[in-house]
Design a protein around this ligand. Structure first.
Ligand SMILES: NC(=O)c1ccc[n+]([C@@H]2O[C@H](COP(=O)([O-])OP(=O)(O)OC[C@H]3O[C@@H](n4cnc5c(N)ncnc54)[C@H](O)[C@@H]3O)[C@@H](O)[C@H]2O)c1
Length: 262
């Protein structure tokens, strides 16, 4: 049985990825900084799911997590760098390029970019000796492909994840490692990440409608729709795909809001 490590998997997209990979036959390692919730998520998935505490910003946590997995089951075949924060929090702090404070800028990059950098480094080191196709999948965002004026730290961190994915892919190819690396760029996916933003509007339904107004498919995506793409990129059928980026965004990136009307 192959092993998949998923970061930030206590809830949201990460939990859906863990569920889908488990259903695809993987032993899944649910990791997160939320200990109780992560344990709960792993327990609900049954005997082939295990919780490992892992703050993606911490090298010592990565050491311990990889050691724990390696000692019991050998090197993982899949590492999904999913943990991420939007930077939107209560009380609200501005995230535009003029007003964002350095601490918040740093905080967002620490989790989204530095956490993914460490995840890639530890994944390469442990999976390079595998005798089968192994996959690193980085969850970037649609926000990593365009400017986002009022979430500039998030956009910057996700753009860097998109680019680092390609460096990792090319490096592994050049070294002859059996490791592919790809990024996924979700649009608006309904998860707890949106709650602080939805809470700012007293009319939740109106806020949700507004969020989808510019989505060609006119709805938010589901965590399972992102997880399905992750599951495909883990398969041997995807072994020739590396350094690539995949949008799962209801069509947002296919055009612009300035497209002339019919
Ligand atoms: N939901 C969306 O619309 C959307 C869109 C594009 C990209 N994404 C990306 O998808 C990923 C998952 O987002 P989500 O919507 O499920 O969010 P979420 O907030 O529901 O879940 C994120 C998880 O990451 C964990 N986490 C936060 N900081 C961590 C750290 N330092 N170390 C380990 N775990 C940490 C949280 O505890 C939480 O369980 C994120 O990288 C996010 O940026 C989400």
């Amino acid at each position: 049985m192959k092993t998949a490590l998923i970061t930030g998997a206590a809830q949201g997209i990460g939990a859906a990825i863990a569920t889908t990979l488990l259903q695809s036959g993987y032993r899944v390692i649910v990791s997160d900084i939320q200990i109780a919730k992560g344990q709960e998520t792993a327990a609900a998935l049954g005997a082939n799911a295990h919780f490992v505490p892992l703050d993606v910003r911490r090298e010592d946590h990565w050491e311990q997590a990889m050691q724990f997995i390696g000692d019991r089951w050998g090197a993982p075949s899949v590492v999904v760098n999913n943990a991420g924060i939007s930077g939107m929090q209560q009380p609200y702090q501005p995230m535009d390029p003029e007003h964002i404070n350095s601490a918040l800028w740093q905080q967002v990059h620490d989790v989204n970019l530095n956490g993914t950098f460490l995840g890639c480094r530890y994944a390469i080191r442990s999976m390079k000796g595998n005798d089968h196709h192994s996959a690193i999948i980085n969850i970037s965002s649609r926000s990593g492909m365009v400017g986002v004026p009022f979430a500039s730290a998030y956009a910057s961190s996700k753009a860097a994840v998109r680019n680092h994915t390609k460096s990792v892919a090319l490096y592994c190819a050049a070294q002859g490692y059996p490791v592919t690396c790809n990024s996924i760029h979700p649009g608006a996916i309904l998860t707890p990440m949106w709650e602080p933003m939805l809470a700012m509007n007293p009319d939740r339904d109106a806020a949700l409608r507004q969020l989808c107004a510019d989505v060609p498919l006119q709805r938010m995506g589901t965590p399972e729709e992102v997880a399905a793409l992750v599951a495909f990129l883990c398969t041997d059928a995807a072994a020739y795909i590396t350094g690539a980026e995949f949008a799962a965004d209801g069509g947002i990136m296919a055009g612009t809001s300035a497209t002339p009307a019919r």
